[in-house]
Design a protein around this ligand. Structure first.
Ligand SMILES: [Zn+2]
Length: 443
């Protein structure tokens, strides 16, 4: 593979010491970072790029999303969570086809690359089609095919046994860029016997589990009524946190101290998606208790139907801002913490543990961000500018495993014009077809 030499960069490494490099070289060889600092004069690269006016940083990692839901962007607005699900989202999805999923996911991949995301943890249906998008785009992803366990007719594309077969074919394919999770929707939908079967499969396959958990006090109340246990303790009692590939439990907004202790002890990864919580008016506590306790809190956008975009720069900025505001403590979520949550913490949730840092030997999964722009000057603190001033559109270049996915704002792996056209057609057609209610959320 090629040797790429990027010169004159500002570099935010996010290594253990938080090293920042000024006017530095970055050399990529065979898909990995080979040098940071000063390149030897006799280096003979295949490609030399002038990085003046740009900062290099680890690519952003979206730890929880439903990428094909781009086709429901702007279609379920200004509704409470139960009506948003029952009257719009699940109705639209009742007509979902695998082609809709492919084009919705392709649209999301264009958006993610353009805003500096290199890897994502995606939970949806027809994930064989999302895997095609991952392979074609050059991104990395952990993919979860969601199952409900309340009757075959409610499953989208495949039931549990079908998704197990899919995982056997798919896990660690695409040059290692595709990973998989088993995907129960949540303990408020999935019966306990069904969750137990998934735990058994996880042990058999050496897999992890990615689900939604403890999103509201109503769900806690309902769980106590049904099972006598809070949601975190209920799924813990079923062994959901003890599976070999680990557990990603999205949200965990309604948790108490015992729940927090369990999440730490069992090393559960907890994606935090504050823009969705604000848009759907879901109460959520400040992050201090869980961060101090040692929970691996990572950042995600959630689906574009409940966020409206997949720009991780927006998410990390909002994470810092809302937490300062909620806790009335401006020292909360300093810039370095926000960036680590959106990179290396998220990387662990995807099972790509070596991502999220720029250091020699790490995979070359990185982005260049333009700092030659009015809102990015002056450069007293690159970290502060990246968290509080940068936007996804400031990302100029994106590389995964040493391969350019975007160069000078041009997508290199995806046919963006065709994707915009097809995604629009499929989105319009799907919402017209979706007329039946398939499930009911009563949380
Ligand atoms: Zn979600």
């Amino acid at each position: 593979m090629a040797t790429i030499h990027i010169r004159n960069l500002e570099i935010v490494t996010l290594n253990e010491d938080g090293t920042l490099l000024h006017d530095a070289d970055l050399v990529v060889q065979d898909g990995r970072i080979a040098l940071l600092g000063s390149a030897p004069v006799d280096l003979q690269p295949d490609e030399v790029i002038d990085g003046r006016g740009k900062v290099a940083m680890p690519g952003l990692i979206n730890s929880h999303c439903h990428s094909p839901m781009t086709f429901e962007r702007g279609w379920a607005e200004d509704l409470p969570f139960d009506r948003w699900l029952n009257e719009k989202i699940w109705v639209g999805e009742s007509a979902l086809t695998s082609d809709d999923v492919y084009w919705g996911a392709a649209l999301a991949a264009c958006e993610m690359i353009r805003s500096g995301t290199v890897a994502y943890n995606d939970k949806y249906f027809y994930m064989d089609r999302v895997a095609e998008v991952v392979r074609e785009s050059g991104m990395k992803a952990a993919l979860t095919w969601t199952v409900f366990g309340i009757g075959e007719e409610t499953e989208m594309g495949r039931g549990l046994a079908g998704t197990v077969e899919w995982i056997k074919e798919m896990h660690e394919t695409g040059e290692g860029r595709v990973r998989t999770y088993l995907g129960p929707h949540s303990p408020y939908i999935c019966p306990p016997e069904f969750l137990s079967r998934i735990v058994e499969y996880a042990h058999e396959l050496g897999q992890g589990i990615h689900l939604h958990l403890a999103e509201s006090e109503d769900q806690v109340k309902q769980s106590l009524e049904r099972y006598g246990l809070r949601p975190v303790q209920h799924v813990n009692s079923l062994g959901v946190f003890d599976v070999p590939g680990g557990c990603v439990a999205a949200h965990c907004l309604a948790i108490d101290d015992t729940d927090t202790r369990i999440l730490v002890e069992k090393d559960v990864h907890v994606p935090h998606c504050p823009i969705t919580y604000m848009k759907l008016a879901m109460p959520f506590p400040p992050l201090e208790a869980r961060l101090n306790a040692g929970v691996n809190v990572c950042l995600g956008t959630d689906g574009p139907a409940s966020n409206a975009d997949m720009d991780m720069f927006a998410t990390l900025r909002q994470t810092a801002l809302i937490d300062k505001y909620q806790s009335l403590n401006s020292e909360m979520i300093p810039g370095d913490t926000a960036l680590r949550m959106a990179t290396q913490n998220s990387a662990r949730a995807l099972g790509f543990d070596d991502m999220g840092v720029l250091e020699v030997g790490a995979p070359a999964d990185l982005i260049l961000v333009n700092i030659d722009a009015p809102h990015m000057r002056p450069t007293h603190s690159l970290i502060a500018n990246l968290v509080h001033s940068a936007k996804g559109a400031d990302v100029t270049d994106v590389m995964v495993d040493g391969r350019w996915l975007m160069r000078a704002r041009e997508l290199k792996t995806l046919d963006e014009r065709r994707i915009l056209y097809e995604a629009e057609q499929h989105a319009q057609s799907m919402v017209q077809r979706g007329m039946s209610q398939v499930r009911e959320y009563k949380g």
